[in-house]
Write a protein that binds this ligand. Structure first.
Ligand SMILES: Nc1ncnc2c1ncn2[C@@H]1O[C@H](COP(=O)(O)OP(=O)(O)OP(=O)(O)O)[C@@H](O)[C@H]1O
Ligand SMILES: [Mg+2]
Length: 255
């Protein structure tokens, strides 16, 4: 093919932040002047020192808090949010935990059930649908939290250090699971993590934030197409990118 038919325009952004700041009533400046665009099919990892405003940024994007300055435009209401803690209701079965957001969104019961079966299968928890959270391992609880967020069929997915409490092998397995869902569903995502290697492995771009008030110090593109393969972790490109992100992080933390 030749000519204009080859021109591919980028899809319209799901999210656009311009100069977004957040100051709390007690005078704490959490984030300052953040610019960020997320399009469908982009997974943006965010790394930065503890307390630099990463969770605050996700709260702003989800509409749980309002910016003090700048503009935030979100093109969809279908937002999935996976918190650092799986926060499952202990008295409900896995299936009924997964259905929860559907109940809150007033989805009819049959539709909730249908979606729950589908997302439970997607995260490999079909066999555990009738268990209670207390009967699951940490990794399985995190899968249940992921399934619960998937139920709303998110166009924009927010992850706040979702795998931080998991051992390294489970964490990498969960990363693969997440990438499979990302490749299938093509949502846009913001993924907060303290692991530079996880950020580089998963993301289309890595945003490095400074110490509080969090500013975007650098945006480092990971120019390796999805789907990613585990071999990517053992390439020179991977090592170079991990070095680059780590260096930017060290500079930001020192401020
Ligand atoms: N409701 C609030 N009122 C006042 N200050 C707050 C509030 N929420 C967060 N902060 C402060 O804002 C700053 C950023 O907090 P935030 O939780 O966004 O950081 P973070 O980057 O997610 O940190 P971590 O990596 O430890 O999770 C911190 O100094 C925190 O104490
Ligand atoms: Mg946080």
């Amino acid at each position: 093919m030749t000519g204009a038919s080859e021109v591919v325009t980028a899809p319209a952004p799901l999210l656009r932040l311009a100069g977004v700041t957040k100051s709390f009533p007690d005078g704490t400046d959490a984030v300052a002047g953040v610019d960020l665009v997320v399009r469908p099919g982009e997974l943006v990892a965010v790394v930065g020192p503890s307390g630099c405003g990463k969770s605050t940024l996700l709260h702003l994007v989800a509409g749980l808090a309002r910016p003090s300055g700048g503009t935030l435009t979100r093109a969809t209401d279908r937002v999935g949010y996976v918190f650092q803690d799986p926060t499952l209701l202990p008295w409900r079965t896995v299936r009924r935990n997964v259905e929860l957001f559907g109940e809150l969104a007033d989805l009819p019961r049959a539709e909730r059930r249908r979606r729950a079966e589908r997302v439970l299968a997607a995260v490999g928890l079909t066999e555990f649908a009738d268990h209670r959270p207390g009967q699951l391992s940490g990794g399985m609880r995190m899968r249940a939290a992921l399934a619960r967020a998937l139920l709303v069929e998110p166009e924009l997915f927010l992850f706040d250090e979702p795998f931080a409490a998991l051992d390294e092998i489970t964490r990498q397995d969960m990363g693969e699971e997440l990438l499979r869902l990302f490749d299938q569903r093509g949502f846009g995502a913001i993924f907060v993590t303290h692991s530079v290697a996880e950020a580089v492995y998963l993301a289309s771009r890595v945003l490095v934030m400074s110490a509080r008030p969090g500013r975007v110090l650098r945006e480092i593109e990971v120019a390796v197409a999805h789907p990613r393969r585990p071999e990517f972790r053992r390439t020179d490109t991977f090592a170079t990118l991990v070095g680059e992100v780590s260096e930017a992080l060290a500079v930001g933390s020192a401020r």
